[in-house]
Design a protein around this ligand. Structure first.
Ligand code: NG6
Ligand code: CA
Length: 519
């Protein structure tokens, strides 16, 4: 009662357009509302990991509740099969293959997004939103050299975020510190941080020199600096007091996200809550150790599900549930062994992280980019399921439409607002997808992967089919979701049509254009 009174009062005081307006089902009217918007973005969560998507091995009741009460997309895509390019696509509405630097970045990489580029937070900020990011960034910082002991700029705060509380890259990459609005949190100036991805600092232990210090063992890569007993990618010295506690990371990000919400209850906000789970190293809070029976990978998914539940409780207690659009997705498909021995393979049982899809993270097959994707907005989105092809890249234009933005720099983003609100099921006509700088196209139910001659078919380290072949591949995903039957030879007309679509979208600079001649 107290909360809703304060809520109504503040609405009338601030003249929050439509914040409590009753939904009447007309797109024109919807376009004028300014609900809070939260994007929850998981890291490496697979198409089959969630109960509502048919997953059987891991209990995810909180997320399932949102899926069942919202709009679930069965053909929802990240732009890429890895993190950095997908995050770039999500925030900028631009195909990541347009930017040749949009690859998995080291922790020392410069900011990938041009400060003049349009982004979701920038667009929303211009519409009066307060904008915040909490969690994984992995889009580079600074202009080429970062002194971690000084204010770091440009950072998320220069590409549209009013508030940022982030890790620079990934949980397995240095620097292993939180950065708040461009400053390392808890840094002792007497113990400066140094980071290098090429060579170690004299006398600093690594996984190679001091294996006895490890509490988690590396399988491939991940044998540089040791932080909290976990070997990382990259070398780091100093900053002892600022180093994060891996087992507390989920709680830390959740507390930050809840605080952010609590601090912005009076006017519209946009929160990008970028979860670190279930990316490696998988370090559940002790409260969740053993929670899934599937080892740490399952446990951190249960933990992530709990985090989502807690976030929803926060929205409810602030009286914001009916005024907040939630969008949930993952940056790429699943991987079991991504470089550490952590029982993900051994304890998998019958759970299928990619569901019925072929491939996973890093893959050109659907397992790389087709991910859980749903929208939830209490009282505004009628629960349902859509097979329309939608992409995270489309959120920029769709959210612009939702808030009535006149922004025109929307790049490759398409306005699919009515799809996201469950009013239509049209989707985009065609979508180029990317894995390891190789691209393919989906159009309707069809997927065409052009030939990539001589490329490895299997990544034996992670044990995932990468997808390339010397020949064209053509699949009908409606009849053959597992991409088992290559119809390129049986259906030359469809193949030709797909090649034309692909070349049109992908452009003349496509490096294997020469290979794209029908043989
Ligand atoms: C790879 C890492 C992998 C993971 C990935 C980034 C090795 C051998 N593998 O290079 O563990 O960190 O980068 O994942 O180092 S992503 O989800 O952020 O794209
Ligand atoms: Ca990822």
């Amino acid at each position: 009662m107290k909360y809703s009174l304060i809520f109504l009062l503040s609405l009338s005081m601030l003249g929050c357009n439509g914040n409590k307006k009753k939904h009447d089902g007309h797109a024109e009217n919807e376009a004028k509302t300014k609900p809070n918007i939260i994007i929850i973005y998981a890291d490496d969560l697979g198409y089959g990991d969630l109960g509502a998507y048919g997953g059987t091995g891991i209990k995810t009741p909180n997320i399932d509740k949102l899926i069942n009460g919202g709009m679930m997309f069965t053909s929802g895509y990240a732009t890429s099969a890895t993190c950095t390019p997908s995050r770039y696509g999500l925030l900028t509405g631009t195909y990541p293959w347009r930017n040749s630097d949009a690859k998995i970045l080291p922790g020392t990489a410069p900011l990938l997004i041009d400060v003049n580029q349009m982004t979701i937070p920038k667009m929303l900020k211009a519409e009066g939103y307060n904008t915040g990011i909490v969690g994984k960034w992995h889009l580079g910082l600074g202009n080429g050299y970062v002194d971690w002991n000084k204010h770091i700029s440009p950072s998320p705060n220069e590409v549209g975020f009013d508030y940022s509380f982030i890790m620079a890259a990934t949980q397995d990459r240095v620097p292993t510190v939180y950065i708040k609005n461009g400053d390392v949190v808890g840094l002792d100036p007497k113990d400066p941080i140094m980071v290098d991805y090429k060579k170690n600092f004299d006398g600093e232990p690594t996984a190679i020199s001091n294996p006895e210090m490890l509490k988690m063992k590396w399988h491939h890569g991940h044998n540089n600096s040791i932080v909290n007993g976990i070997p990382r990618i990259g070398f780091m010295k100093g900053g002892q007091a600022a180093k994060w506690n891996d087992e507390e990371m989920a709680d830390t990000f959740l507390a930050e996200a809840k605080n952010y919400i609590g601090n912005h209850t009076k006017s519209p906000f946009f929160l990008y809550y970028a979860l670190q789970q279930p990316h490696v190293p998988r370090t559940p809070s002790p409260r969740f150790v053993g929670a899934s029976g599937l080892g740490p990978r399952g446990d951190v998914i249960v933990e992530a599900d709990w985090c989502v539940g807690e976030l929803m409780k926060k929205l409810e207690s602030e009286g914001l549930l009916e005024n907040t659009l939630i969008i949930f997705s993952s940056d790429n498909g699943p991987v079991l062994n991504d470089g550490y021995y952590d029982d993900a393979v051994e304890k998998l049982g019958n759970h299928k992280p990619n569901g019925a899809l072929r491939g996973g993270k890093y893959s050109l097959f659907d397992g790389g980019t087709r991910v859980p994707f749903f929208t939830y907005w209490k009282g505004h989105i009628k629960p349902g399921k859509s097979d329309a092809v939608v992409c995270q890249m489309d959120l920029l234009a769709s959210l612009a439409s939702l808030v009535g933005s006149k922004e025109t720099k929307l790049s490759d983003s398409q306005n699919l607002l009515n799809d996201f609100l469950g009013k239509t099921q049209k989707g985009r006509e065609a979508l180029v997808l990317e894995a390891n700088s190789k691209t393919l196209v989906r159009k309707g139910d069809w997927i065409m992967i052009p030939p990539y001659k001589g490329s490895p078919k299997m990544n034996t380290e992670v044990n995932i089919e990468m997808g390339p072949s010397d020949d064209y591949q053509l699949y009908n995903t409606k009849n053959d979701i597992g991409q088992k039957n290559n119809l390129a030879k049986a259906n030359p007309e469809k193949l030709k049509e797909m090649i034309v679509t692909f070349e049109k979208l992908r452009g003349a600079n496509y490096k294997t254009t020469s290979e794209l001649k029908l043989q």
